[in-house]
Design a protein around this ligand. Structure first.
Ligand code: UDP
Ligand code: MG
Length: 317
């Protein structure tokens, strides 16, 4: 196999404190890989400014003027990290590359693992996923919720390894397949795992954030998890159906029992507590199931409107 043209995609949202040093580091890495004869000279960076409100875009502009290998795209407003990544993947496919790696702007993921990604690519892998060595830098809460999410996804049939992140290499072939998927919301971690292309894994270390703050809060992580699940799997809906069936059966049996008791033993009242408990439990389950179905209705609603995934403002090629 020929050595590839590599595109490194960096989603940036209010990253003015990180972006200069990140770009310097990544350009040095490109130079190093070119020197080692692992990638072609026309390899480049592709920064996606996800509608930053700070000076991120001005800085990117300067970096582009200084070095033509810094290419960039600016969204008209904030669309979220998954959309920025999707735009990055589509953007580098249009510009042209043999493989693309996505990495966070705060360089929390060890950029030196990219060399190992390339080695795996040269051995024939179409997708190389980065797996975090540990989650030392994450809060206890994030660790627990992340674990719950990956467990749920695995039960639902998405074989995403835990501690997988959006740090991965994908080949041109995978990018071409992505174009065939018309859906507006692509949960990239599930999507690339499902394609059936040759996939390998590389471990990497997680570092503390370079500067600035995490752009994710509880609500945005929750949205990512729910969108991930509902855009990917309908198993929860089937679960609701099965649960509903058994609940109905249970209700029917309890009903029969009550009637028999009333007719033959005439000792009805008792069991106030039981009624309250059943009321609450059934009420809760019903609300949960309704909410679950609502999530899918929402997903259908978003897809049916067929709005653009994101809106480009400026592109620097
Ligand atoms: N990001 C983005 N759009 C958003 C939120 C985040 O493009 O709406 C980018 C952000 O600039 C960074 C990456 O996604 O490059 C990961 O974000 P962050 O480091 O804040 O997340 P964490 O590492 O805390 O999970
Ligand atoms: Mg980060």
């Amino acid at each position: 196999m020929n050595k590839p043209t590599l595109a490194i995609i960096v989603p940036c949202y209010n990253e003015e404190l990180c972006i200069t040093s990140t770009v310097e580091t990544l350009l040095k890495l490109l130079d190093l890989l070119i020197q080692k004869d692992k990638i072609k000279k026309d390899s480049y960076l592709y920064l996606v400014d996800d509608g930053s409100a700070d000076g991120t875009w001005e800085i990117i502009n300067k970096l582009h003027q200084k070095d033509g290998r810094v290419k960039a795209l600016k969204f008209i407003r904030n669309f979220g990290n998954q959309k920025a990544l999707t735009a990055g993947l589509e953007g580098v496919r249009n510009i042209g590359c043999d493989c693309a790696v996505s990495i966070d702007a705060d360089l929390q993921q060890d950029e030196n693992a990219i060399e190992k990604f390339i080695d795996e690519y040269m051995k024939g892998a179409d997708i190389v996923s980065g797996i975090r060595n540990d989650r030392k830098t994450d809060s206890f809460f994030k660790k627990i919720t992340a674990l719950m999410f990956y467990k749920t996804m695995n039960i639902l049939g998405a074989k995403i390894p835990p501690n997988h992140s959006d740090y991965r290499l994908v080949s041109k072939k995978a990018l071409d397949i992505m174009e065939l998927y018309p859906e507006k919301y692509l949960f990239l971690r599930g999507f690339f795992n499902e394609l059936g292309l040759k996939t390998t894994y590389v471990n990497f270390d997680v570092k503390p954030r370079l500067a600035g703050e995490s752009k994710f809060n509880f609500m945005s992580l929750m949205a990512l998890a729910l969108n991930g699940i509902t855009s990917y799997s309908v198993v929860p809906l089937r679960f609701v159906t099965v649960l509903g069936f058994f609940m109905a059966l249970f209700g029917f049996l309890v009903g029969v029992e009550t009637v028999i008791e009333k007719i033959f033993w005439h000792n009805s009242p008792n069991g106030w507590a039981t009624s309250i408990i059943l009321l609450c439990v059934f009420g809760g389950i019903q609300l949960f199931c309704l909410g679950l179905i609502g999530e899918y209705v929402g997903q259908v609603f978003r897809e049916v409107k067929a709005r653009p995934r994101y809106i480009k403002d400026i592109e620097l090629k």
